[in-house]
Write a protein that binds this ligand. Sequence first.
Ligand code: DGL
Length: 307
Amino acid sequence: MIKGGEILKKQRVIGIFDSGVGGLTVMKEILEQLLDVRIVYFGDTARVPYGNRSREELIRFGEESVTFLIGQGAEVIVVACNTSSATALPVLREQFDIPMIGMVEPGARLAVEKTLAGRIGLIATETTVRSKAYSSGVSRALAKGSVPEDLALREAWQHGEQAIAVVKAQSCPLFVPLIEAGLANSAEARGIARTYLAPLQAAGVDVLILGCTHYPFLEPVIHEILGEDVLIVDPAWAVVEELRIVLQRMDGGRRLEAVMPSSDSVLGKNHWRVRYFVSGDPGLFRQVGNTLLQQPIDLVEQVTPGE
Ligand code: DGL
């Protein structure tokens, strides 16, 4: 994971959407690593959770969100929701002429690179697990040339002696409502996490994909339960890398300059860095978002995309 900031030549506007606060985990990575981008964030909190929605609903919600974000000036869309990425993204890509980055492909690639034993675990929503998008994503990543960084596993895989696959996928339907209610750090979350993670421990996974953008908020709890032997992989790290490439391409393939911003000269006094929109209660989003991000979210506007 590359840390530290890089300044892009031109300020681009990134549109991000999720069912609620989950996409903030992706937004945080982007803001930390790409200093000269602006973000329009849409959380569809009136319709959260997405995790057990049908494909048709997710496509419709996705169309409405993307249309709204483009209307707000977005030049690239980050589908910061695994459930939408696993189901609606291929259709959205056909419908809209704008670069779109999802969570699944980057996340699957990262898991392939980081696994030491080829035993990948996944926690995600019901719909994402049922879609098997991560299993196909891992196969596709391998077919496209991604390989484990670990030399021994790489050779064993190349010689057909060791498989690399998602060996256990677990849906965690109670996680999202807990997080949206501001209970990520509660005793309830700990107890429920223990139950959800037990089958993954039993399956002997060595890498765990956080296949829902809400789950990084539970990372401390998950780490405490799984211990040091399981590497937790957040697809957002790889999404930022993909976004960096897309932005470079948009800027004519020029190399990005690593320059730190000086005071307010980069964004200017009157420029916003992030604008937040939600379809549900702006107060609740602000309150939960503040706690989860540990930095103030000031203005949140309520909108109804699709109307
Ligand atoms: N955060 C989203 C995801 O990554 C959606 C979770 C939900 O609303 O159920 O899947």
